[in-house]
Design a protein around this ligand. Sequence first.
Ligand code: SAM
Length: 177
Amino acid sequence: MAIEVVRIGQRIVRDDRVTTHVALVARAFGASKIFMTEVNPEIKDTLEKINSTWGGKFQVEFIDKWKTIVKDKKNAGFKIIHLTMYGQNINDAQKRIAKDQDLLVVVGAEKVPREIYEMADYNVGIGNQPHSEISALAILLDRIQNGIQFEKEFLGGQRKIIPTEKGKNVLVNKTRD
Ligand code: SAM
């Protein structure tokens, strides 16, 4: 099962930090890739540094048109989940989302184009109050994977955290420094 994310639109500069956090959540919560439009290219560098330090192969791809990706992924058999506060409440939608299915999760920035509501297989609200694309993505990814994403190993990094009750315990791979 592949999970990928596409971020539609962004307010230049103002949204850089939010978009970076959407990408960080996608990576840490088990997605393999994020597609983005109109963003600061430094976001890709940031995620590459995170991969190099903490492992894994999370990918960032810049795209011109979100619609092309959504169409291509639909044709490749992915189901499209659009996160919107207007959608079916996650507590109901969760039962309908097919298990072991490749998924493309669409998150917006400001107002999203009307067409995405039609193109999506599922329009899902993480509750039906406005909050944030970062929190919405995190909760969706957790609900659809039931926490399994936190068992995943991020291989090949320079550092690996050994979870500990107090303090910090980090293994450093000297061959990767
Ligand atoms: N009024 C905008 C709209 O058209 O949906 C809200 C924009 S909000 C700042 C940015 C993004 O956060 C939305 O496009 C959506 O992906 C996500 N979001 C915010 N609240 C949400 C909720 N309750 N459930 C699901 N996604 C949400």
